[in-house]
Design a protein around this ligand. Structure first.
Ligand code: MG
Length: 400
């Protein structure tokens, strides 16, 4: 039997060991190859109260951007900022018009979200907070993502580590990042393909007529033989036609097809996937966690976008479920600044395809963060989502 004296002695040792292995202290330790940037203890210098603010921002496109059902020259964005205990986290809602969200709808949501969020006095409660956010409204996925991303940025900064490291992902596993060439005339495609040939993977938007689609691919192939990912954006309406196109594309160094047919044609998509020589990935069909299981057996994999799935918290759950179901993963984006792109890059190590070029497509990115190095997307070593606001900017964040 252990004597009281021995017990107290070992208890003392255990307490000392517990202090040594305090996760906060381990995370805050600078060494073992950990990033030195932003490493601080969990005790900050400010008020321990969550404060949410926002700032509308218009992302201006470098080129007119055309996909199978629309064209545009800018994208409305709402940047968010959450402060707590002297730390600041940034988030973003990017809202291409087809998503059905606007600057006004995002701000309306954030006004509702603000008192709910500020009721929590612990930003680490991301799971509970995001459940509350989700219960506020049915839609507003991009606006919800802006809260989620800012929270992750804030909490990562408090811990002193980037989320890829907190989750235990290895950035060496990040895939090559694709650069998108939109639907256009032969002359413009030729020019864009020349520009894109420095990227290892080119993503091509198809889904119009057979003549236009084949012209896009043949024109790019006149310039380079880089791997191509094809996104049909639901543009093919017949399963036999879709399979014929995919078989033709398979002879052109294409390695994946995204959303070949409309969302409502799920049975036909399942037939295409079964017969396709190339993996078929769900984009428009896969919005949130609850979609993943429904798509199993119909698609080879899913394209996760933070603006569709309400942010990193749910994205992390989608990854686990898709992996458990044996489905492949892709990470994609909207036209976004480096805030949302850097957030999405945190999950890139778990994916086979990375399509995080939204920040390259805009002329006025206001942050820097994840980089493309030798063709691969590389998340920053900086804590949180690893995005830093460009110097000299005077963005006005308001909370009312
Ligand atoms: Mg897509």
């Amino acid at each position: 039997m252990t004597s009281r004296r021995t017990f107290l002695k070992s208890a003392g040792l255990l307490t000392a060991a517990a202090a040594l292995f305090d996760p906060a202290k381990i995370f805050a330790r600078n060494g073992m190859g950990f990033s030195g940037a932003g490493v601080r203890s969990l005790s900050g210098k400010g008020e321990k109260k969550i404060v949410l603010e926002w700032c509308p921002y218009e992302a201006k496109m470098k080129h007119v951007f055309t996909i199978s059902h629309s064209s545009r020259t800018s994208t409305p964005i709402v940047l968010t900022r959450i402060t707590y205990d002297g730390y600041t986290g940034y988030g973003e809602a990017a809202m291409p018009p087809y998503l059905g969200e606007t600057t006004n709808s995002a701000i309306e949501f954030l006004k509702k979200a603000k008192p709910e969020l500020e009721r929590f006095n612990d930003p680490f409660m991301i799971g509970d907070i995001m459940q509350d956010m989700d219960e506020l409204t049915t839609h507003n996925c991009a606006a919800k993502a802006s809260v989620d991303i800012a929270l992750h940025d804030l909490v990562g900064k408090m811990i002193g580590q980037p989320w890829w490291k907190i989750w235990g992902f290895d950035p060496a596993h990040c895939p090559n990042n694709s650069f998108t060439v939109g639907l256009d005339t032969r002359e413009v495609v030729l020019q864009k393909a020349k520009e894109a040939s420095i990227y290892k993977v080119i993503k091509v938007k198809l889904g119009r007529t057979e003549e236009q689609d084949k012209m896009m691919i043949n024109t790019i192939r006149e310039v380079c033989n880089n791997t191509i990912c094809v996104d049909a954006n639901q543009g093919w309406k017949d399963k036999h036609y879709a399979l014929d196109m995919i078989n033709w594309l398979n002879t052109k160094n294409v390695n994946m097809i995204e959303q070949p047919m409309p969302v409502e044609m799920l049975e036909d998509i399942g037939w295409v996937t079964e017969n396709s020589p190339l993996p078929i990935i769900a984009d428009e069909s896969c919005q949130r966690l609850t979609d993943v299981r429904k798509l199993h057996g119909y698609f080879t994999g899913i394209n996760i976008k933070l603006m569709k799935c309400t942010g990193l918290h749910e994205a992390r759950e989608m990854i686990s479920l898709a992996e458990a179901l044996g489905m492949k993963l892709m990470v994609g984006c909207m036209t976004e600044t480096s805030v949302a792109i850097s957030a999405a890059s945190q999950i890139a190590p778990k994916t086979t395809w990375s399509d995080l070029d939204g920040n390259w497509l805009i002329a006025n990115d206001c942050f820097t963060g994840s980089q493309v190095v030798d063709g691969r997307i590389v998340p920053s070593n900086d804590p949180g989502i690893g995005a830093k606001m460009n110097k000299g900017l005077n963005l006005q964040f308001v909370g009312a």
